[in-house]
Ligand binder design. Structure first.
Ligand code: FES
Length: 109
């Protein structure tokens, strides 16, 4: 099985803990989240309607859709409350290097 392609999407030191950052990978919007020192990457599109999740609030390992308030678990992509009832995609993250200059890599598959 071929190795997944890793995409270099950000410098770690440019991310703000507790916030989401929108990046576009191969034309696909991804919400990159640093929270409590953990990195997460999920589809930057709510499963309830076509709005950007990266504009919502992050709390721990959850992100809240700003439009109707559904929260999604950043680890699994599952919604934790209505109105969204479908999961969003999650992506694997990797770090290359150390410190603030470490590069954030994600795999879309
Ligand atoms: S658009 Fe996200 S919960 Fe409705």
């Amino acid at each position: 099985m071929p190795e997944p392609t890793l995409h270099d999407v950000a410098r770690l030191g440019d991310l703000v803990d507790g916030q989401a950052t929108r990046v576009v990978v191969d034309g696909r919007p991804v919400a990159l989240v640093l929270s409590g020192g953990e990195l997460y990457a999920v589809d930057d599109r709510c499963s309830h309607a076509d709005v950007s999740l990266s504009e919502g609030d992050v709390e721990g390992c959850f992100i809240e859709c700003w439009l109707h308030g559904s929260q999604f678990d950043l680890r699994t992509g599952n919604p934790t409350c209505l109105p969204a009832n479908e999961p969003i995609a999650t992506f694997t993250t990797h770090l290359s290097g150390t410190g603030d200059d470490a590069r954030v890599l994600i795999a879309l598959t």
